[in-house]
Design a protein around this ligand. Structure first.
Ligand code: PHE
Length: 443
């Protein structure tokens, strides 16, 4: 078997892991949740849960990954010493594959929207309209294209594929999002958007629905519990201070969610100032796919002066967000196939990308019944439940000495730090209790 890959630099890991975390969840899911869950009230609950719950679970995955230097199936098997670990690893692997199967469909739509604006610029109106009309042919073609993009990166391996492309694309992402925010802020109506975003409706802050949405959003956004961060963690050198790496990733991801809100929510109010409807019949802000594929495009249509460059920048931003996340999803089953079934990386990538593509196509052809179902089952159920199980694994089954040793690798002064003193205890009692409590309340 070939040697395991490794991230070649510290910043390479940070950008790859932040690239995984920063995705459609930040640029689309988060603003959507804000729009439908009381504005800044959601932001506040999200912030609390992200630091109190998601960051500690992120550290479980990074530490377990680096300690066992292996994919989630092997790592959890070794950690538990029995088949339960294997099963949990496999469930994670299946969950992330299902997430990729719907993510790639959405990724395909984003590519079509980007091309739509190029076609418009070239005066190819028919093609432009076909690109954004919902249809099976279009969905199939662009889902395939999205898989090809993803597989083309993953087949080149950890440092030559994932790390290289994350280091190229993520700085561009940061640049585009800042430029877009500055631009949108200058438009009429943006002020009302900033106010709506930053004024909390505290009356719903204890609503179980809001809390469970915030927890799901935090788990999804940090790519948790499905093996992604574990696999990326397994490619971190023992020389690195993993506690600070984890903080970097969490802070970048959480900040980009908040920053994306500063772009999307004001943009909706600019659209309203231009005559676009942004509230639905029930009186709440239009969210979800309506936001991305109807409100924002209507906004772009009203911006004739700047025409094509703004929407192209926006959908390029979304493509970067989507691809740097989808590669991290594909890497989980690929690492398993390489390590447990002795496939070459190239073969493993083709085989697995092809299989998940088949699942995507099944969803495309049964869109009405499957699309929403797969999203709910994976992100609202599987991810938080797996989060519960792996924090129990780390808290109760992993030898305390192993954990402490792993934290100290690359971080000799760790023992005097707060993380070292609090986290093992926190992950043992507080995390499982909090997650279980929230589940129970949502039922
Ligand atoms: N974190 C990614 C996003 O916000 C989604 C993701 C989930 C990536 C699970 C990997 C694993 O879009």
């Amino acid at each position: 078997m070939a040697a395991r890959g490794q991230f070649s630099t510290r910043i390479g890991f940070i950008l790859a892991a932040a690239g995984s975390a920063i995705g459609l969840g930040n640029v689309w899911g988060f603003p959507t949740n804000v729009a439908s869950n009381g504005g800044a009230a959601f932001v506040l609950v999200y912030l609390i849960l992200a630091f109190l719950l998601a960051y500690p679970v992120l550290m479980v995955e990074l530490l377990v990954g680096r300690h066992y230097q292996s994919n989630p199936v092997n790592a959890y098997r070794k950690l538990t010493g029995n088949i339960i670990g294997t099963i949990v690893g496999i469930i994670g692997l299946l969950t992330v594959s299902m997430i990729l199967s719907f993510y790639a469909i959405v990724g395909g739509w984003i590519v079509t929207w980007c091309l739509h604006y190029f076609a418009m610029a070239l005066g190819m109106t028919d093609a432009a309209n076909w690109l954004v009309a919902f249809g099976n042919t279009r969905n199939v073609i662009f889902t395939i294209i999205f898989f090809v993009l993803t597989a083309a990166i993953v087949r080149n391996g950890v440092s030559e594929g994932i790390e290289k492309w994350s280091t190229r694309l993520m700085p561009l992402f940061f640049l585009i999002i800042v430029l877009l925010i500055i631009y949108v802020a200058t438009l009429d109506g943006a002020g009302a958007g900033f106010r709506a975003y930053l004024t909390p409706d505290f009356s719903i802050i204890t609503d179980p629905e809001l809390i469970i949405n915030a927890m799901g959003q935090a788990f999804f956004s940090l790519s948790l519990a499905v093996g992604t961060m574990l696999v990326y963690g397994s490619y971190i050198s023992k020389k690195e201070n993993i506690v600070s790496l984890g903080i970097w990733v969490a802070v970048l991801d959480i900040s980009i969610a908040i920053v994306a809100g500063l772009l999307i929510i004001p943009a909706m109010y600019v659209a309203q100032a231009n005559g676009v409807q942004i509230y639905n019949e029930a009186g709440s802000l239009i969210s979800s796919d309506g936001l991305l594929f109807s409100v924002l495009p209507s906004l772009f249509e009203t911006m004739t002066s700047t025409a094509i460059i703004v929407p192209i920048a926006f959908f390029t931003l979304m493509i970067i967000a989507a691809v740097t996340s989808s590669i991290s999803m594909l890497e989980v089953p690929v690492s398993f196939a390489i390590e447990n079934h002795n496939l070459t990386r190239n073969k493993a990538t083709m085989l697995i990308a092809g299989s998940i593509l088949l699942i995507s196509l099944i969803i495309v052809f049964n869109f009405g019944s499957l699309f929403g179902l797969v999203i709910t089952a994976t992100t609202e159920w599987s991810q938080p439940l797996l989060g519960l199980v792996i924090s129990i694994f780390a808290g109760w089954l992993w030898h305390r000495n192993n954990i402490l040793e792993e934290i100290k690798q690359g971080n000799p002064d760790a023992a005097s730090g707060l993380f070292f003193k609090i986290w093992p205890w926190y992950i043992k009692f507080v995390c499982p209790a909090l997650i279980a409590l929230m589940f129970w309340r949502s039922l």
